[in-house]
Structure formats: structure tokens, C-alpha cells
Design a protein around this ligand. Sequence first.
Ligand SMILES: [Zn+2]
Length: 444
Amino acid sequence: MKRTGLFLILWFSCAQALTTEARVQTATSSPFDVLHYEAQVEPDIANKSVTGKVLIQLISRVDNLATIDLDCGELTIDAVRENGATREFLRADRHLRVTLSRPAKASEKREIEVEYHGTPRFGIRFFSERTQVYTVFSTSQWLVCVDAPDDRATLQLKLIVPADFKTVANGSLAAQRKSTGNKIVFEWRQVIPVPTYTFGFAAGRFQTFTEKHGRVQLRYLATQFSAKELFRIFRDTADMIDFYEERAGVRYADSTYTQVLAAGGAEQEMSGFTVLRESYGREVLANERDVWLGAHELAHQWWGNMVTCRDWNHFWLNEGIATFMAAAYKEHRFGREEYLREIETNRVNYQKVRDAGKDRSLVFPNWSNPTREDRTLVYDKGAYVLHVLREEVGERAFWGGLRQYTRRNFGKSVTTPDFQSAMERATGKDLSDFFAKWVYLTKR
Ligand SMILES: [Zn+2]
């Protein structure tokens, strides 16, 4: 996600989403772990609605697990089944509580099937005049799931759309077949477990162009740009992947990376793809250096999607690092001045929050109702603090620490002490004072 640009709309949707999710217990404290979702979703663009069903495979962490709680946004639940038999359920306050047929023992696997429909107000955006639909961050608004960022799962998603549509979802396209009513079913499979907020899809009458970068297929979906323009807009994508792989010490996790230029103000990363606003494409065509947004969203494929904040209180580890890495990419591609220009923007934005007396710890006590200033801290102060740390510890230690942090935690959930200890190992120094001053604000 990006903080600015159609700020109010984004802020509204993200703030809403985070409010919902912050109430959910973290998965590590949850009595069960979801392993896999097998979903079928049919969006109706004209009616701004979805109909779906999902088979949720989970494993109990405790003995005597009698009920399970799922997130369901404002969806209407039509049926819940276990092994084909209807189960009782309670639905209240964006949660669905299902009573299991008999209590599960620790390590016992269960499968729950949920059928649902609804007209979500956020988490998915419908553009009837452009016949496009895509998801934005709040997965439980269109798919019944556990929406905590530290519950990673795999996904098989069957998308039912009109026959002339193209789609992108997580992982790879495994199959497509014609369906009744001039529809087509696209089956996507995400085989690497990822947090559910990175689940999603985009669908519409897109044109699709591809190119190959080593083992990664790069896909571009759009309606208002020529092939020539798209290859120009996204020409740095391959170089960005190489740069992040080198800095992360970990290869890009998927075999494809898709960028969609879509209607509305989209700026949303998901596992294996990103939905961007069309104005981004026009900006890059006008100025080839204007690739910050594409670089930020791609950075999330490492920092955010694969190395994920354990709960939203440590959100700066997702957004501060992605913001900083976009500046670092611009430095690599266009030189030091471009990097310093981005960092100066971060510093100025942060300074405004300080001047307003609203500076606070980057680790939040409760990220349940973030203000505009809180979001500036997470994005801009987060990136600026990384720059200050880089200046303080030097190139070798900083990038070595970032690489250690990324490699050690790839595919895992992290908190700020994980980042601090990786940096301390790389520098051989105690960084408590630095973190107290810049991150926790306990020492000035
Ligand atoms: Zn972001």
C-alpha cells in the first residue's frame, strides 16, 4: 500500500480494515491454525456483490477445541458444513462462530465449508462502467477467513467471471474452463503459505502482455495503454527484482509477477501481483524516474508479504521498509540525488508530525484506529529512521543486517526486536539507544 494519492479513500478503506483486524486475536494465540483455503468466488460487477464458498482446512492447537471463530466482514452466511453435514453457527460483529461436530484434539485436522454472499462496502472495488473488479487488503470482506496477519495459508481460488475477462490472483494459473451462462472459471493456486491480507484478485476485460525475466514471468494487464507503452512503464521491473533479490539475499518467491493498471485509485500489493492506478502509468510515461510506487509495491513481495509484521502494531516493518527500499531502488537506478530527494520527503513529512506534537513510538500499543499522523509515522518516519540507521552504522553493516533479517525471517512473522537483533548481529553493536531514541521514543 501507499500512503498518499487518493489519500482519503485509501485511508478510509485501510483504516477500516485495520480496525476490523486489530480486534482479531493474533494467530499465534489462536487455538487453531488455518493451513489451506479452497475457495470459489463469483463477483457480480453490475450489482457490486460476491457469491462464494470456501473449504477451510485447519489444525487444532489445543485439546477440546469445540468452536472456531472466523472473520466474515459484512458477508451473509448461507450455510456451514463439516464433512457434508450442516453445522450450527453464530454470526455477530464481523465474526462467524462455528460449533464443530465434536471437539477437536490438539493437532487434529478439520475441514469447514462456508457458503456466503454479500455486497461488501470495502475490501473489494467494483467499476461497472469499466467492467473491472479488484480486491483491496481486507480479505474477510469477500472471503470468509482468519484475517490475522500471522496466520499463513495456501489458497486455491476459482474465479467465475464473464468469458471475455482476464484475471490475476495469487500464485499461478492452474486451469481454466468454460462454465454455464457464458462464464469462465479461472483456477489460481498459491502454494507458498502467505498471510490472508495478501490474498486477492483482479478481473476485467484487460489486455495482457508478458515478458520473461530469467525464471520469472512478468505480466502486465491494462485497458488504456498500448503494448509499447506498457513495456516502457514497467521496463525497470526486472531490474527491481534483481536489486531486491540482492539486497534481501532471497529470490523472488513466485514464478510470475503481474502488474495491473486498473480503474480507480488502486495502490495495492498482493501475493504475486500488484494493482496500480492508471495515472501511475501516465506519470512514468511522462517521467521515467517516477517509478517510486511500482518499486514500493514490488518491495512488499519481500517485506510485508513474506516477512510480515506479526500484528498491525509492528506495521512499520511492512511499510517503513517498503518505503525505504523504493528510495534505495531509485538510488541504484538513478543515483544518490534521487534517493536523498525521497528521504528528504520522508523527513519533511515526519517533521510536520513532530511539530504538531504527534510523534510517537513506531511500535503502537494498539493500531486499532490510526490517525493520519500515525500513518505518516509508519511510512515516512519508518523510512527516515532506516536512512538514519544506515548513515550511523555504515553501508556494509546496514545491508548485511537487512539481509540477515530478511533471510532469517522469510515466510515468517516478525516484531521490531527481530529487526533490532539482526542489525545488532551485523554491526556487532548494542543498538538499544538508537532504537530507544528513534523507534520507541523512550529516550530523546
Ligand atoms: Zn505499502
